[in-house]
Design a protein around this ligand. Structure first.
Ligand SMILES: Cc1ncc(C[n+]2csc(CCOP(=O)(O)OP(=O)(O)O)c2C)c(N)n1
Ligand SMILES: [Mg+2]
Length: 559
């Protein structure tokens, strides 16, 4: 057997031994040895997609849902560059990906050979580890080296982020017909890493600070495994401001504050500033929350298990690189019932006031989020797109049910690859329904990703917030520059999504008024086939609807 075949069979076998279950493969010639080995390996499910950008975001979705390294493979040339956006998102959201780019051997580089570009460190600083082992060669211990390479790549990715291996191959790239290369003998590598536990001194210092504080607050941003903290935080007795993707906005977190954004926008929070903040997870999505925290400048404890320094306003006075659960479980309950109840009760008041406005305001994201929350069963996954959907979910989603999980691409907040990321989540968790809540421009940006529905038999519900353009910009100062606004910011598409749905074989379900919203979402969720619910509304109605909601909340809090 040729060395390229032996390498690919052995390397891929070790990826599987190390726990890789999914690979996303795009077609090409130079990658043939690895593509064939991935497709044929009994322990690996390979998803094929033509568009490498969609493929890599699809892999990102699988990795977000399973929290395990997923392999992506492509051929040499521009194909490898198509992976870049997903690699960047994976880096910033610490999502484990093993990126394999096939390459020409060194003698065919920089000499004008076909489909040859410089693939060395192609993704720059956005990978945890880059390595190019050169073309595989026969050495007495070669299988051991190949297996070590695979094991190390998986271990590095599992520690939280993308790893890039550039793998050059010399011809022949495929064996004669009928021959299937076998992996070389197993050398079992075990590479594991643990989570840093808080030291007794760290626990004691946070406990002391909490006991001394009169007005402590917990703020929780995006966390994949945040739900495990709910009971511990509930026991702590401190108000918790949790965005949906923290997985902590749920009744189990007994002190979670509903509609906290409304309390901030109403100015209610100005009289309720914290004197200690415990921050968990990613940077909060809410701009008002971030600026309020920066202005409050209270002593802030940042729990930062991955040492990612997500502290944009640099307010943290104590950064603890340790497991949040172990820390929280070690803290005694805080006895500040009046402070706690003020926040929780204000949140309830604001929620009721906002809900009352939704009865009369014209259709916008507030209605869409509430209707989805009302109809979504459990278990379920919701992938929320960047731009307005993630903000609307933060503003309007009530408490999640225990087995509802929220995902987003908040690493780099792109509007690219969102269809594919959501469908990757759906592919990895077929036993529970997956809903993608996306803007119309975001859907358009990754329409190619819709092909996976048909090709891989995936079922998902897509809810498209169709405001004919980038509605988020209507909230920004450029909206006042009416001579150029539509042309260079809003960029309306003018596309008929019915035809998009038809092209990709999904059921099209248009909604144009409030009364049609809940029935359409309920039908889509219970349908056997994937459905695209396209909710049409005006960007101006969204701006006005938000304003009415915040004003109503403010009035309720004043009364
Ligand atoms: C890849 C990428 N390109 C551009 C942007 C800048 N951007 C942020 S939001 C947005 C508009 C998104 O529109 P849509 O998906 O329809 O969501 P809406 O704001 O209307 O809810 C754009 C272009 C981005 N975040 N990512
Ligand atoms: Mg839009």
């Amino acid at each position: 057997m040729d060395v390229a075949q032996s390498f690919a069979a052995t390397f891929v076998d070790e990826l599987a031994q190390q726990g890789v279950e999914y690979a996303c493969v795009s077609p090409g010639s130079r990658s043939a040895p690895l593509a064939m080995a991935l497709q044929r390996h009994p322990k690996i499910s390979a998803f094929v997609q033509i568009d490498e950008r969609s493929s890599s975001f699809f892999a990102l979705g699988i990795a977000k849902a399973t929290a395990k390294p997923v392999v992506i493979l492509c051929t040499s040339g521009t194909a490898a560059a198509e992976f870049h956006p997903a690699v960047v998102e994976a880096f910033h959201s610490r999502t484990p990906l093993v990126v394999l780019t096939a390459d020409r051997p060194p003698e065919l580089r920089d000499v004008g050979a076909n489909q040859a570009i410089d693939q060395q460190r192609l993704y720059g600083s956005a990978v945890r580890w880059f390595f190019d082992p050169g073309p595989p060669v026969e050495l007495p211990n070669a299988p051991r080296l190949w297996r070590r390479l695979a094991a190390r790549a998986v271990a590095e990715a599992a520690a939280g982020g993308p790893v890039h291996l550039n793998l050059p191959f010399r011809e022949p790239l495929v064996p004669p017909p009928g021959q299937v290369p076998a992996p070389a003998a197993e050398f079992r590598e075990a590479i594991t890493s643990g989570v840093a536990m808080p030291t007794p001194a760290q626990v004691a210092s946070v406990a002391r600070a909490l006991q001394a504080a009169q007005r402590p607050l917990v703020v929780a941003g995006e966390m994949r495994d945040g739900a495990r903290l709910a009971a511990g935080l509930g026991r702590l007795g401190v108000p918790v401001l949790a965005e949906p993707a923290s997985q902590l906005r749920r009744a189990e977190t007994r002190t979670a504050v509903e509609s906290y954004e409304a309390l901030l926008r109403a100015g209610w929070s100005l009289q309720h500033g914290p004197d200690l903040v415990l921050r968990l997870g990613g940077t909060p999505t809410s701009r008002v929350l971030n600026s309020w925290l920066a202005a409050a400048s209270a002593p802030t404890v940042l729990i930062d298990p991955d040492r990612t320094w997500r502290d944009q306003d640099q307010v943290a006075s104590n950064v603890l690189a340790c497991d949040p659960q172990a820390l929280i479980e070690g803290l005694p309950p805080v006895d500040r019932p009046a402070w706690r109840d003020e926040w929780v009760d204000a949140g309830k008041k604001a929620t009721a006031a906002i809900a009352a406005t939704l009865v009369s305001t014209p259709l916008y994201e507030g209605h869409i989020v509430r209707a989805l929350a009302a109809k979504l069963s459990e278990p379920a996954q919701v992938f929320v797109g960047s731009s307005m959907p993630i903000r609307a979910a933060d503003s309007f989603w009530p408490f999640a049910r225990p087995q509802q999980l929220f995902y987003g691409n908040r690493g780099a907040s792109g509007i690219d690859g969102l269809v594919s990321t959501g469908l990757g989540i759906a592919a990895a968790t077929p036993s529970a329904p997956t809903v993608l809540l996306l803007g119309d421009l975001s859907l358009y940006h990754d329409m190619n990703g819709l092909w996976a529905l048909r090709r891989h038999g995936i079922r998902a519900t897509l809810i498209v917030c169709d405001n004919n353009g980038g509605g988020v910009f209507n909230f920004l100062p450029q909206a006042q520059h009416t001579d150029v606004f539509e042309e260079i910011f809003a960029t309306p598409l003018g596309l008929d999504f019915a035809q998009v749905a038809r092209l990709y074989g999904v059921v099209y379900s248009p909604v144009t008024d409030r009364s049609g919203l809940e029935p359409a979402i309920a039908d889509a969720l219970s349908a056997q086939t994937s459905t695209m619910v396209v909710v049409k509304y005006k960007r101006e109605d969204s701006v006005a609807g938000h304003r009415v909601a915040w004003e109503a909340a403010a009035a309720a809090l004043r009364s």
